[in-house]
Design a protein around this ligand. Sequence first.
Ligand code: ADP
Ligand code: GLC
Length: 492
Amino acid sequence: MRSSGLNNMAKLKVLFATSEAAPLVKTGGLGDVSGALPAALRAIGMDVRVLLPGYGQVIAQLAQHKVLAAFDNLPGFPSARLLSGKMANGVPLLVLDCPSLYQREGGPYQDAKGHDWVDNPQRFGLLSKIAAVLGSSASPLDWHPDLVHCNDWQTGLTPAYLRFAQGAAPSVFTIHNMAFQGNFAPATVQELRLPLSCFGIDGVEFYGNMSFLKAGLFYANHITTVSPNYAKEIQQAALGFGMQGLLATRGGDLTGILNGIDTDEWNPATDKYLVKKFSAARMTGKADNKKFLQNKLGLDVAPDVPLLGVISRFTHQKGLDLLLEIAPHLIGLPAQLAILGSGEAQMQQAARNLSHLYPGKVGVNIGFSEELSHQIEAGADMFIMPSRFEPCGLNQLYSQCYGTPPVVHATGGLLDSVVDCTAETLKGGSASGFVFKGMNTENLFTTIQRATDLYHDQRKWKILRRNCMAKNFSWKASAEAYRAVYFKVLGR
Ligand code: ADP
Ligand code: GLC
């Protein structure tokens, strides 16, 4: 471990390794977090730099760059370069340029048909390896991080490489989702030049395969995840995805820190995608956003019918199957649905079918649209998020900030960030949405019904909206919690 006479007063230097960072590249919440947390850490006095793969879209957005280093002789890996860049928010970027691995048509993890890239072990093996090189005495840079902060399985091998490197900085590994593990054939250990000895239960082995996620969880000096409640849930079988034993063993080194909101991007008073800006003090603009959204999605322009918004990956995790199943009953309440998302073909088809069956009542956009996602947060009356599990979830944070109370399942970060509306919590000022226990259609339906009933009580609904908008989910508090973790790891 590096012990280069650390000066307590010097800025803490952190290498933040990630496979996506908004607005350069985003498939979900990891992109949002990597786009915002490094800036928040810098704002409280740290020198944080982001390491990101040079996908085509990232290289295309780099204004000017210098070649900082070339890696031509890394055994087992193709030649690669490190380019300098800057995020729009000023965070320095280290872009890992390796066109044969990263520049291709399709997404960061999958091809255009939704199949995982077959060379993902090499693609994210290289990312993990370079993060470890930069965090060790083998680094070609003259900037040496005190700590390497890794995110999700794509950088899971970094803590393992660091463990076997000379002069290595310690690592923190953040779990954004236990469902994605990066499990590959055992031969990958050798291909990616990890010592064979690490293929065992005390190492990267997981049910006969090698696992990038397990490597991160086993070798990192400290583990964090994106909400306190999820930190508890993953230590148990139901949501531990097979790694609950390891996580429970490491429970003393596991911290849950709730994600925040990037208020430069998500603020109804300044949001560039909205037809009319609004704030808690001037709410009239929200009605204009509802009308705009109803028009845009081909819904009946009905100011008094509650409009339910959804923005989501279409996967089992998000529980949208339940919502689609009860949609006809919701329309009968009455209510309208505005759905944006993409993912599993069957769910996409079910959503499309609903919009054909109920024209003017169900508006569906299959795809990925940053613009429409902001317009739904602003134009909807309530936001529906019936996730089966949710490490943190960002949309329920955004929706509160936009005065759009969320309806959520009692799980993960949803439970940490939404307070169920009851007579007492509404009176006490803490109510900010609707929370249901027991993942089934009946509970989801009755909870949405509870929400639409309250919607028609204008006085109470206003109070609820005001509570939502008064909440503070800014990144500052989370950044301070990460700093405390860094200090703990560094023994400061
Ligand atoms: P997850 O990362 O599990 O998908 P989060 O709630 O943490 O869930 O974050 C999802 C992020 O991705 C949010 O910023 C959300 O608005 C965005 N998002 C998801 N699907 C879409 C979509 N189809 N179009 C635009 N943004 C989307
Ligand atoms: C993951 C989780 C989501 C979380 C996001 C950012 O994608 O599914 O709950 O908000 O990561 O941490």
